[in-house]
Design a binder for this molecule. Structure first.
Ligand code: ATP
Length: 580
């Protein structure tokens, strides 16, 4: 039992307690020692076996030996496990913030995590669940997903936690792994290894299945996409970018999922609404795709929505995306933080079918001058009540905290950079581009020429028929449902309201604001409307579009107005333009 001196591989003399390692009669002791000297793992296993024999060693020693064995064997097991997975499975890694990943998370959340009786862990999310693909509430309305219990705004949801989940689809097993960008799982195979374009690791998901073909994985992704279309057809993915990389996802685009804005909640001339929708639907039809391909025309389409602020340009774009079942991408150039390069990358990252909206294109400093310009601070709108966080300026220009006024921002996008991003040779095809503007006359003609802008649409102030509709929507529904009014009564109120409010004077946002404050009470609306008209008419800013010379569309570009006058047949001119 005396300790024996042995020579370690690095030349030091160490003392080892060897006696319990041997099991007499099985293998010569000197052979075992030689093997143990060469491999410490084998030595630990030998020690464990020696301690584990009945009647040898104390219980505590057996326990310590067991822990040591686990410590040694687990990396070996992981290595073997990874080797097997790598050799016999196919896998796909996706950044967690990619729309495809969100669809998979939605499916795993709904079909595996929520339904599993054996799930012992899940990440519970509440509040803004939109980042996880669960639709956020839109305009305060609760969302009902087809085939699922109605969701309420205070519901919580279970999504798969960081870690692994094994499930079956039919007869095929799948392994789903969700990994954090920093912590990650220990297994390199289940670590997504996804990095953003700056090389920073991303949260990611990995899907594995046995076999050497990617086909089952692609079928599974398709299955999740179809599931989303069927079960979550009440939602629209809205991505936005202000020029900076999203700090949460490290992506160029930040995405939220919103309940779909229905077209019938946009009050505008029904004919121009139908015309726009039909134009967009035709653009995405197979017939139109074939036409573009046959004629060698780049498959792109552009609209310019112009009109005073608050007339529904952005809202209509969102409703159109919902109608076309595609995602909406919003770019705000007015932040002064989007560079030419960034804009180009944003366009390259777009999916094939989507609507891209460049908001307030006139205010981003790209005027008729060909190049970057200093952005003049936007003309402040006259709000009906002062915004609580805005600090008024003192006569010397400093605000009430004594801070000097912010210098005007230097716009980083040049006109050529913008043109290159939207229809340069490297620019992606398939998107529907919508530019919105409060003052279209200052836009460079190069930006609005046919081919870049195919349809110009004026979003005007409210006309009586739109006033009638918005009254029924914002007051009528609630009054009938909870205050016992009849359809007939509401119709009369709506007609009176639309007759009282002067036409072409107020924007839909202004009327919406007034009616919302009446909280579904038609009497309150009727009593307050005259005072509101007087008060708001005075406050109503002289809108840039009203002052400016009406935009004359260049030849070949159709123009429609959403609120007034007979409409030119924009669709006919579009189709004839395409055909010839
Ligand atoms: N035509 C409309 N029908 C229904 N709601 C409208 C309409 N126009 C505006 N609104 C409401 O007014 C608000 C502002 O609308 P939106 O942001 O779409 O206007 P906009 O024309 O894009 O303004 P801006 O030029 O400032 O971007 C939203 O709450 C929207 O619901």
């Amino acid at each position: 039992m005396a300790p024996k001196a042995v020579k370690a591989s690095h030349g030091q003399q160490v003392e080892l307690y060897r006696e319990p390692l041997t099991t007499p009669g099985l293998v010569p002791t000197h052979l075992k020692r030689a093997t143990a000297d060469a491999n410490p793992i084998i030595e630990v296993i030998q020690r464990f076996l020696a301690h584990a024999q009945p009647g040898t060693g104390a219980t505590i020693e057996k326990f310590v030996a067991l822990v040591a064995l686990y410590k040694v064997v687990s990396p070996v097991w992981r290595f073997v496990n990874d080797l097997c997975l790598r050799s016999f499975t196919s896998r796909i890694s996706i950044s967690e913030h990619d729309p495809v990943a969100q669809e998979i998370i939605q499916w795993v959340s709904a079909e595996i995590v929520s339904k599993s009786l054996l799930s012992t862990s899940a990440t519970v999310v509440t509040g803004d669940m939109s980042l996880y693909g669960v639709p956020d509430m839109y305009s305060g309305m609760d969302v009902e997903l087809r085939g699922q219990p109605k969701r309420h705004s205070d519901d919580v949801s279970c999504i798969p936690p960081v870690g692994k989940k094994i499930f079956w689809v039919g007869y095929r097993p799948f392994l789903f792994a969700r990994t954090g960008s920093v912590t990650g799982t220990k297994s390199p195979l289940e670590r997504g290894g996804v990095v953003d374009y700056q090389g920073t690791p991303q949260n990611s998901i990995v899907i594995l299945t046995p076999g050497w073909s990617l086909r089952p994985l692609m079928d599974f992704i398709k299955h999740c996409h179809e599931y989303k279309l069927i079960n979550m057809d009440g939602s629209t993915n809205i991505s936005f970018s202000s020029g900076k990389v999203d700090p949460y996802s490290g992506h160029l685009w930040s995405t939220v999922v919103k309940a779909r804005r229905r077209l019938d909640t946009i009050d505008m001339d029904p004919a121009s609404k139908a015309e726009l929708v039909s134009d967009a639907e035709y653009y995405y039809s197979e017939e139109s795709k074939k036409f573009f391909a046959d004629c060698g025309i780049p498959y792109r389409r552009g609209y310019l929505f112009y009109g005073p602020p608050g007339t529904g340009k952005t809202s209509f774009s969102a409703a159109l995306a919902g109608q076309l079942n595609c995602d909406l991408y919003l770019i705000n150039l007015a932040t002064g933080e989007v560079s030419d390069g960034h804009l180009h990358r944003l366009f390259l990252a777009l999916p094939r079918k989507c609507i891209v909206v460049i908001e307030d294109i006139d205010s981003c400093g790209i005027g008729r001058e060909q190049g970057p310009a200093t952005i003049e601070p936007k003309k402040p709108r006259k709000p009906s009540a002062p915004a609580p966080l805005e600090l008024p300026n003192t006569p010397n220009g400093a605000n009430l905290l004594g801070q000097p006024p912010a210098p005007p921002k230097r716009n980083m996008v040049t006109l050529s950079g913008l043109l290159n991003a939207i229809d340069g040779n490297a620019s992606a095809e398939g998107r529907l581009l919508i530019m919105t503007s409060n003052n279209p006359d200052i836009l460079d003609e190069a930006l609005t020429r046919p081919g870049r802008i195919d349809l110009k649409v004026c979003f005007g102030k409210m006309m009586p028929n739109a006033m009638h509709d918005i009254f029924k929507r914002l007051i009528g529904r609630a009054a009938i449902a909870s205050k016992g009014y009849t359809e007939q009564q509401i119709e009369e109120f709506a007609l009176t309201f639309s007759a009282k409010v002067p036409p072409n004077t107020f924007t839909p946002a202004q009327v919406q604001n007034f009616l919302q404050n009446c909280r579904g009470d038609p009497i309150k609306a009727m009593q307050g409307v005259d005072a509101w008209i007087e008060e708001t008419r005075d406050q109503s800013p002289e809108e840039a579009v009203k002052e400016s010379v009406p935009l004359v569309p260049p030849p070949g570009v159709a123009e429609v107005s959403t609120q007034r006058g007979p409409l030119p047949n924009a669709l006919a001119s579009l189709v004839s333009g395409l055909q010839g």
